[in-house]
Ligand binder design. Structure first.
Ligand SMILES: *[C@@H]1O[C@H](CO)[C@@H](O)[C@H](O)[C@H]1NC(C)=O
Length: 997
């Protein structure tokens, strides 16, 4: 901890902007620095005319980045032997640049650390590099991108964010700029190909690009706006964040034909092109096939035409660096046909190999090729489909951030290796999510760290939708693939704070606040995607859930607003795009929905306040559009259309064609409720008193008066009773109790249409003075209105004090349940070097715990009860209906088996010294399919949780220990709930129970 703090402090001191990488830039000279810009003069930059054109481009960016920071533009020239500049910056690619060859030969510079190492680089001071030059700062890449990444790495440290254009991140000015003579270096990245996939690009990205990069008409035969002007901007961004691989936009677009410069420019910049999992042989399909293909997309009936079509694709791509997608899917990313079989797909891939042989010559094993095992194709593979060893197997997530399968031990030595296709945006079942950021960096880290451990590191590709607003999550995915050793459970929660320092030039303490905001923003949007929320997602009656959700959003909004207001005008647009807008927009949606829920409920309770919730919901519904407009009008409309995505009012999985206000109810504001002026609604019920209501009791009429109960260790420490207006008639009310131990938050109040609700809290004055067991009181609510008889409602109030032995330490039952965050174990015991480790900021409520290291017991299972164990001491004074039964629900992440195929995820639950019960919470999936329970609006991915239920019998009230032990690796547990008879429905479960220490 201390070390992390010291490092963060150092960064702040030097002002260097970097996320995790070693830094070699400083803004103050010392004995060990070399000037980039000093005393108004910039060191000249030398490059070789025979270096890669992409390196030339990056060097030009490097020179203008220096100017952005210092105001001084360095000269950038091709080296000639007559030049003798003082302390130049010399840039070049090993084995390509004649200048670098000359320096390495003349100085015997040791380049063995990078030679032949994919994308690696070194930079340092070299003495006497050239005749007449005493010293230079030399930046050498092992290959084209090694040099490019070295340049952009320095630029980032100078203060030029990769997102300076794409998110308008300002560059902090410094008069002088230096590098340490020892320089910076980087070895080969963890993941060889690190890419993004522009997808689902209508309505936002496409409409935006049409406005910004065309004059309304395009030369694309498909009318696509994604021309070389657009892609040049994207390539630069990608290289600045050290991505090297792209699946281009493909909705109504075809990269190679939309603009004939696209392929050429990608290669020149240094971006490796591929096509998505459904578009084989570097051709955008179906779009290109519709334009140029002959016959139908049916490999059996139209073999030769399809082969010719693919041959043209390979010939066209041959001059450029590419990764070939193999295989075949049907149009619209659907299975090929009913009778697609393994033999046919094997034939397709064999024919694709022949095509590549005919185009490239005989040796095709060195051509990077991938086969995405997406949906049904994964089933074919598991059923025995043969894939050539040199082909990279691309494993896919379930489109919801859970990787479906990782390479098994026997699959880890294929020459083609393996990779992962992952999503932060999706169109499909159970619902599109493509509006706003809703993926947690902690979760991306958790899943991709398994990929690293399981050697799925040849290629990672992230479906980024429109790219905005997933800037931060996209960069993390790439950064983790660039250097996976940099991030671990101990420091993963510093990624966003260092990111905030880099992007917004913030002090560490403010950056930490931004990190907290982002952590909560993505947590709230990940526990259920905003597209899947409705007015009753969060309980309106139990655990104060909906109102606490709303309060959390309000806090977040205030925290973000405070920082936003403190920023300079220049900084505001970046913060708005990257933090503030997603916070405001998500909070606004929550306000619409919770207010609709309260409106619907309160109308059914004949409460006048229903109407003000309707007004509030409608106000926020309009505010939602205001925020869209604010985003679109930012910076003179630079991002117009980028927030076009609809997101309120889904009728099925697909996006609605416009936003629709959810239905609100109105009560007649001038009419008095039949049951009288006053409505009494205690906490935890849908009912209302007096009068009839279906939720008061089973038959719905002649119901008994309401009752509430409070245990000593109920987390909130009190219960509330809402006193509301049943129409327009003003009244005053009194509350009294017949027991002296009752504490009331108020004993009088007045209600009128202007102030139609008051909440009264009932609690216990002093639990120590209460006798053990149930204590009962009657709370008497009396309303007095002009020209009316007083109206009285009695509420029975029971306060229960459990008899807990002195000295007990642990969680205590409250409200008939014990709720425990998994990370808050009483004891955590390792076995064979494996122990449960917390992944901070992960999941729906606090964090997740998972067996670590990720391979668990060397990739083997533990027997039930024998694995590393989490123990939770708790005390219960009830069992379900007094039967001796309790139910333990463990909230587990909806992820998949990361080991051998026939080993479903599992852990064991044990009570005291009873037998451990094995929980296999994720059912086996059919080949290529998803397990039952996965789909639907109440499925695992919609809820972002799996509830693993274990039952225990013969349990007596008292102190117990719940033991959770690991069986399989990659299980992530978030929260544990013990139902002792009082558990109420809610989305997130009860708040954590009281702990006696
Ligand atoms: C260096 O030479 C190359 C190749 O002729 C040329 O494309 C490039 O523009 C030159 N760079 C500079 C900075 O003059």
């Amino acid at each position: 901890m201390l070390r992390v703090w010291v490092l963060a402090g150092l960064c702040a001191l030097t002002g260097v902007r970097a996320i995790g990488q070693a830094t070699c830039v400083t803004f103050k000279s010392s004995a060990s620095t070399i000037p980039i810009v000093a005393r108004g003069k910039a060191s000249p930059i030398l490059i070789a005319a025979d270096d890669w054109p992409g390196v030339q481009l990056a060097a030009a960016d490097f020179a203008s980045d220096i100017q952005k920071v210092t105001g001084v533009k360095p000269s950038l020239t091709n080296f000639t032997s007559s030049a003798k500049p003082s302390t130049p910056i010399i840039v070049g690619t090993l084995g390509k640049s004649s200048l670098i060859s000359q320096i390495v030969n003349a100085t015997q510079l040791d380049v063995s650390g990078i030679q032949g190492k994919w994308e690696s680089f070194l930079a340092r001071e070299v003495k006497n590099p050239l005749p007449g030059v005493a010293s230079a700062y030399v930046i050498i890449g092992a290959d084209k991108r090694g040099t490019i990444f070295a340049l952009y790495d320095h630029s980032e440290q100078f203060g030029v964010s990769p997102w300076y254009w794409w998110a308008d991140v300002p560059t902090t000015k410094h008069p002088e700029l230096f590098v340490e003579s020892s320089g910076c270096s980087h070895g080969s990245p963890t993941v060889k190909y690190r890419g993004i996939f522009l997808n689902d690009e209508q309505p936002a990205l496409q409409s935006w690009a049409m406005e910004k990069f065309t004059n309304g008409t395009t030369s694309s035969p498909l009318g696509s706006p994604f021309n070389h002007l657009f892609y040049s901007k994207l390539f630069e961004l990608m290289l600045r964040m050290k991505a090297n691989y792209l699946w281009p936009a493909m909705w109504g677009s075809a990269f190679a034909v939309d603009d004939t410069q696209n392929q050429f420019l990608a290669d020149m910049y240094g971006v490796v092109m591929g096509t998505s999992h459904q578009e084989p042989m570097i051709r955008s399909t179906p779009n290109e096939f519709s334009l140029y293909g002959k016959g139908t997309w049916d490999y059996v009936g139209n073999t030769q035409n399809i082969k010719d079509y693919w041959l043209d694709g390979a010939k066209r791509a041959k001059p450029f660096e590419s990764v070939y997608t193999l295989g075949m899917r049907g149009f619209g990313d659907l299975p090929l046909s009913e009778d697609t079989n393994i033999k046919l797909l094997q034939q397709v891939v064999a024919d694709q190999a022949d095509i590549l042989k005919s185009v490239y010559g005989t040796d095709i094993e060195d051509i990077p090729q991938i086969w995405t095992l997406y949906k049904e194709v994964e089933g074919y593979y598991d059923a025995g489909m043969q894939v050539p060893d040199y082909v990279t197997l691309l494993w896919a997530d379930d489109n919801w951030g859970n990787v479906r399968r990782f390479p098994t031990a026997s699959e880890r030595n294929r020459t083609g290796g393996a990779g992962v296709y992952y999503h932060v945006d999706y169109v499909g079942d159970p619902r599109d999510y493509k509006w706003i950021t809703s993926s947690q960096i902690s979760k991306i880290y958790e899943q991709m760290s398994i990929a690293v451990d399981r050697d799925a590191t040849r290629l990672w590709i992230l479906n980024v939708g429109d790219l905005k607003p997933y800037e931060r999550e996209s960069e993390f995915f790439i950064a983790y693939g660039w250097n996976a050793t940099r991030w671990n459970p101990e420091n993963i929660n510093t990624y966003v704070s260092t990111w905030a320092q880099r992007e917004f030039d913030l002090a560490p303490s403010t950056a930490q606040k931004v990190s907290d905001i982002v952590g909560n923003l993505t947590r709230f949007n990940a526990r259920r995607k905003p597209e899947l929320l409705n007015a009753t997602t969060f309980s309106l009656t139990n655990y104060r859930e909906a109102e606490n959700v709303l309060a959390s959003w309000t806090n977040l909004q205030q925290a973000s607003t405070t920082i936003y207001n403190s920023l300079s005008a220049e900084m505001k647009p970046a913060f708005f795009q990257l933090v503030h807008h997603p916070v405001l927009a998500s909070a606004t949606l929550a306000n619409v929905l919770v207010n609709v829920g309260l409106n619907n409920l309160k109308a059914s309770q004949a409460r006048l306040s229903a109407n003000s919730h309707a007004d509030t919901a409608e106000k926020f519904f309009e505010q939602d559009y205001d925020l869209e407009v604010q985003y679109h009008t930012l910076l003179g409309g630079k991002w117009n259309h980028m927030m076009d995505q609809t997101h309120i009012g889904y009728y099925y999985w697909q996006q609605p064609m416009t936003n629709t206000m959810p239905a609100v109810n109105r009560v007649q504001a001038r009419k008095a409720a039949l049951a009288g002026v006053m409505r009494i609604v205690p906490e935890g019920t849908l009912g209302a008193w007096p009068g009839d209501n279906p939720s008061q009791c089973a038959q719905g009429y002649n119901c008994p008066p309401p009752s509430i109960s409070l245990d000593q260790y109920t987390p909130f420490g009190n219960r509330y009773i809402d006193v509301g207006a049943g129409g327009p008639i003003p009244f005053t009310f009194t509350v009294s109790s017949n027991a002296s131990w009752v504490q009331l938050s108020a004993t009088t109040g007045s209600i009128s249409p202007k102030s139609p609700e008051q909440r009264i809290f009932a609690s216990v004055k002093d639990w120590s003075k209460l006798s053990a067991g149930a204590n009962t009181a009657t709370l008497k609510f009396t309303a007095t209105a002009a020209k009316q008889q007083p109206l009285t409602v009695n509420v029975a109030f029971t306060a229960t004090k459990p008899n807990i032995p002195a000295g007990f330490k642990g969680f205590v039952e409250g409200g008939g349940a014990v709720s425990i965050e998994a990370a808050h174990a009483t004891r955590n015991t390792a076995v064979s070097g494996v122990s449960w480790k917390e992944i901070p900021e992960y999941g729906r409520t606090l964090s997740g715990v998972t067996p670590w290291p990720r391979l668990g017991n060397n990739d083997a299972s533990f027997a039930a009860g024998a694995g590393p164990t989490l123990e939770y001491d708790f005390f219960n004074y009830n069992t379900i209906g007094g039967s001796g039964n309790i139910t333990v629900t463990t909230f587990v992440s909806p992820s998949f088996n990361a080991g051998e195929k026939n080993r479903p995820l599992a852990f064991a639950v044990q009570l005291d010294s009873g037998a451990p019960q094995t929980s296999q919470f994720m059912p086996n999936a059919p080949p290529g399919g998803l397990p039952s329970g996965w789909s639907g609006l109440d499925g695992f991915v919609a809820n972002s949780i799996v509830s693993a239920v274990t039952k225990f019998t013969g349990v007596s009230p008292g102190a117990h220990t719940l033991r959770i032990s690991a069986i399989e690796p990659a299980v992530v547990i978030q929260k544990i709930i013990v139902d002792t008879g009082g558990l109420q429905p809610s989305y997130l479960g009860p708040p954590e129970s009281v702990v006696l220490r």
